[in-house]
Structure formats: C-alpha cells, structure tokens
Design a protein around this ligand. Structure first.
Ligand code: MN
Length: 293
C-alpha cells in the first residue's frame, strides 16, 4: 500500500511482562464519574454516563521507569490534571452486558487526563464542543498496561496522583458512579467497541493545575502495595520551533525525537495501517480506464 502523504503512525503502549505492545484505537472518556468530582464541577446526583473522545495520537506514551516530557500546551493559562484508571479493550463487541464486560478487557493502566480547563469552561458556556479543552496533543499521558489477569481487583484499587511528591488525588475506583462494567455496557450500546479501544473511567475530585517544571506521578495501589502501572510526567516549557502546520512528516519527526521509544514507528519510516483494521470496507479499487469503442 502506498499513500499520497505520510501515513499516521500507530500509537502503541507497552505491556507489563510482554515484548509486544498494545495498539491504541479510539479513546473514550467518561465525564463526571466520581460524586466528589461531579460536585466540584457543579453537578449533583447520578446522571446517565456521558462520553467524549480523544484521538489516539493525544497519547503521551510513557515507558516504565521513564519520565514523560509534557510540554505546556498553547492557548491556555490553566493546564489541569486528572488521574484515571483505564480499561483497555482486547475483544470488541456491541451491546455488551455489564455481567459480560470483564472478558472484553485486555488490561488496565493509569493515565493522566490533561485539560485546558479555561478553554473547556469557555466552550461549555457557549454550548460548544469541548475538544479544544480536552482533546489536544499530549493530553493523554499513559503508562504501561497491566494485563487483566495480573492487575488484581482493579474495581477496588486506590488511585493517586502526586505533584512534587505531595498528594493531589487519592481515591478508590470503588467510588465510581458507573463502574467499569456498567460503563462498557453503556458505551457498547452506542458504539461497537474494537480491540485497541481505551476507556478512561473518570477522575476523582481535586483537579488542579500544573505549571512548567512540576513533576506529576500517578499510580495505583492494590491492597496497599504499589503496582507496576505508574505514569510519571514532567511539565516542560511550551514546545518551540515546529508548528503544527509545518507538515505531518516534520511534526511526526519532532515527536519521534522527543519520545523515540514511545514512537518507534514515527519519523524514519511510515507504517501502513490496513484500512480494514476497524472493519471498514477496503477502499474502492481504482476505476478501470473506460474501454474505448
Ligand atoms: Mn477525565
């Protein structure tokens, strides 16, 4: 397969104990799924779950033991963190009942869900989509995925985020308004889930801002023991130099330079993504030249 422009790279995340990586498809995020966070955002009560989406290349893939460089994004003065547990889909499906959701989950990871909160607030007031506040480059730092068989009972895990060694978030997944299985039931009623899809389950309360130079470490504890899915990022000054409109190849190369391990498939060569990977029909064959009569 050849393309008229460089093909987007497949984003992938490392898997604890495996050499193979997890390819990221769509990223679904649940809004306001912890009571205390819903309250701090001005809402009360159990509302049906609602979702927003981030493109896969919002991921800032952070390898085990490394610190991701999270550049302060443009257009904001209020760059905020959230910590979330994610469920990574290994087996797709639609209309999945909560009772059957577990077998669709490949594994779990801890992520940050970064916001340009000031922009999100402006868009909310105007009744416009939140994308600019939520789905921007590197808004989704993600650490290694732990396969479900080794992840323990994540529904009762503690998740935490420390900035500069001080707690910002510390809560329990058991406090989710809609638990992981119920979330999968709701999501799969609206979309057919695919292998590679990643579900952000929501943030506890105490969302707050980071500034350039802050180091944020997020993780999960299971029965008081820290487990291997940890993600650490340092907020770095705004990215300079390459503008987003400077061309996909240059932008891709820039990213590969920053995260060579995370984006091994960017920069030097392009990796074709089969258009049938998502069950889409293959592109039409080029029309045969009209026969001349
Ligand atoms: Mn979130």
């Amino acid at each position: 397969m050849s393309y008229v422009i460089p093909a987007p790279a497949q984003v992938s995340v490392s898997v604890v104990g495996r050499r193979e990586r997890f390819p990221v498809g769509r990223i679904y995020c649940v809004g306001r799924n912890y009571v205390e966070h819903a309250k701090e955002m001005g809402f009360t009560g159990r509302e049906p779950p609602f979702f927003f989406i981030k493109p896969a290349d919002c991921c800032l893939v952070v390898e085990a033991g490394q610190t991701g460089q999270l550049h302060y994004p443009p257009l904001t003065k209020d760059f905020q963190h959230e910590i979330e547990l994610v469920a990574c889909i290994g087996t797709g499906g639609k209309n999945i009942k909560a009772a059957h959701a577990k077998k669709h989950i490949y594994g779990n990871a801890v992520v940050l869900d970064m916001k340009r909160r000031d922009l999100q607030g402006e868009q909310k007031k105007l009744g416009r989509p939140w994308c600019i506040g939520k789905a921007f480059d590197h808004s989704a730092p993600i650490g290694p995925i732990t396969p479900a068989a080794q992840a323990g009972d994540v529904n009762h895990a503690e998740i935490y985020l420390q900035v500069g060694g001080q707690d910002r978030h510390r809560s329990h997944v058991s406090k989710l308004i809609w638990n992981i299985a119920e979330t999968i039931e709701h999501l799969s009623a609206a979309w057919e889930l695919q292998p590679g899809d990643v579900i952000y389950t929501g943030t506890p309360d105490a969302v707050a801002a980071v500034v350039s130079g802050d180091t944020a470490a997020a993780g999960r504890t299971q029965r008081a023991a820290t487990v291997s899915d940890v993600v650490v990022v340092q907020t770095a000054p705004p990215r300079s130099g390459v503008a987003h409109d400077a061309g996909a190849a240059q932008f891709g190369a820039d990213r590969a330079q920053e995260h060579p391990a995370a984006r091994p498939d960017v920069g030097g060569r392009s990796v074709p993504v089969a258009p049938t990977a998502r069950g889409l029909p293959p592109p039409p064959a080029p029309a045969a030249p009209a026969a001349t009569t």
